[in-house]
Ligand binder design. Sequence first.
Ligand SMILES: [Zn+2]
Length: 341
Amino acid sequence: MTVALGAAPPKPLPIIVKPIVDELLSSWLRRTAHVYTTTAVDVLAHFGIVWPDPLRQADFAQSARIKARLAWGLRTTEARIHRAGHPVPAWRANELVAIDIPFSRCAACEQTWSSTSPALRPYSRSWYEAWRVKCGFCGRPFHLGASSSPPNPDAVLVTDRLWRDAVHGSELFERYLLGHPCGWLPPRLIWSLASIPVRRRHRLQMAFELIVPEASAPTFGMRQETCVTTCRTINPFRRVGMMAAVQRFNQDPRGWLRKFSSSATVAGRTAIARLLSTLPDAIAGSMRGDAPLPAGAPGYLCQAVEAHQIRLKLAVNLGQIRDFCTELNVNAPHNPVESLR
Ligand SMILES: [Zn+2]
């Protein structure tokens, strides 16, 4: 993305609409532009910021210079501008931030703003971020389906404990995306552990049903055979279950691993062993309980695991490239490249 930064106007805007907590930058710009009966793109151009379009790009990581210019023009701080964008760098957000159609809908907010002109309706970051479980504006749980549909008689009641764990799990997930302390394992590994088959009372289940038993109802979509490794889902119940699993696992990783292992089927035990083999030795050992906790803050174990996995992947890729080159060398004399003409 190329953003041209031209000359700044002599003064910041005289009137700025107050941003709402968790409001997206694009939404805030659009509402401010409405005061001047102009468009957000024109407001940006007035600040000397020429974005290729569309405006939604403003919500993704911007350079420090752009942030400083926006903070000056909107009479606020760079930290406030930063908070109005998605907190995650684009490479990290991979598939976790919706571009056009939000992942989640808030029936309460839709109701509140239903009589307001679209140009004045604020948009929340939370609606576009796959790891959020509640609306950033009103704090209510996300809704399944359209707000205009009649209330569902089979509405799912979520226990206080499940909800609290899901909210904490969602915050933990955001810390993971930001590279802050976030527990033992990257969330996708927790979910792949929780997706292993276990046998309980002669019934085949998924480990999800051990760690989040409240979420085993079909509405939560946790009974699917497929391995769950991303929270990108339009089913808010499923997301609640996944985030609660992250929180609970991190509270007692060794305890949960023991419970999963003792109930796992043969395939489940193989999957656990495979997963442990991809962790750094010190962490795998302490998770099995046969080594002490690695020195240093346990909060950053998650990052250590991730760095180790990236190294493993790179080693595999390099190996493949080497094999490919060897093959090319071997075949080259017998298989000369044909002329392009
Ligand atoms: Zn809301």
